[in-house]
Design a protein around this ligand. Sequence first.
Ligand code: ATP
Length: 235
Amino acid sequence: MTLLQLKEINSFYGGIQALKNINIDVNEGEIVTLIGSNGAGKSTTLKTISGQVKPKTGELIYKGENIVKLQSHEIALKGIAHVPEGRRIFSKLTVKENLEMGAFSVKDKKLIAARMEMAFDYFPRLKERINQKGGTMSGGEQQMLAIGRALMMGPSLLMLDEPSMGLAPIIVEQIFEIIEQLNKQGMTILLVEQNAYQALQIAHRGYVIQTGEIQMVGEGKTLMNNEEIKKAYLA
Ligand code: ATP
């Protein structure tokens, strides 16, 4: 079943068109990746889905409903979690407090506790550092915290913007393994990456975006073996 559908999305920053007639489908249970070079429009696509950028035209169909006119917080409450580029955790708050912030809309204390335990199952490191201030954590730990915080709201769709950025290769491996694990447990994931090789390896399907337009779409493995993609993104 289609969970999210972008239909003919056109987004602008002032007079500059960042997204041109974007069509993307994300099916339930999939990892879909969006790859492309710097400035191609990857982050803008996620921001458009989460309501931070309002498209001039086009539709965002989520669970059968057009959510394009909703505000960011309403879209989040519908179950779309956005982990932005650069993590943006609360640096003065502890790990525990950061996670609690992710569940701000949840009233049930037991549910909050259960979700926190689930986050700790994925990221044992966070449990070890439960009282540490977010800002003093390593880049990889902050990324784990940002993903953990997103999980606290119990999303149906998890959108990750460049989770591998600035991390050591071994940490990148760990993060990608966790993304796969989350997906195996049923989470639908939309993954934006410059690290095309790793993203395509774990993705069911991928979209290639270039100067605001979708250039190619296909299965992760098919795209990985495509000569043009190899030259442009996997060199
Ligand atoms: P990167 O990996 O560098 O973030 P990206 O593929 O995510 O690249 P976007 O950040 O979506 O690209 O940017 C798409 C285009 O929109 C670029 O030309 C960029 O300069 C422009 N852009 C992005 N944010 C703004 C903004 N706040 N104001 C004006 N232009 C912007």
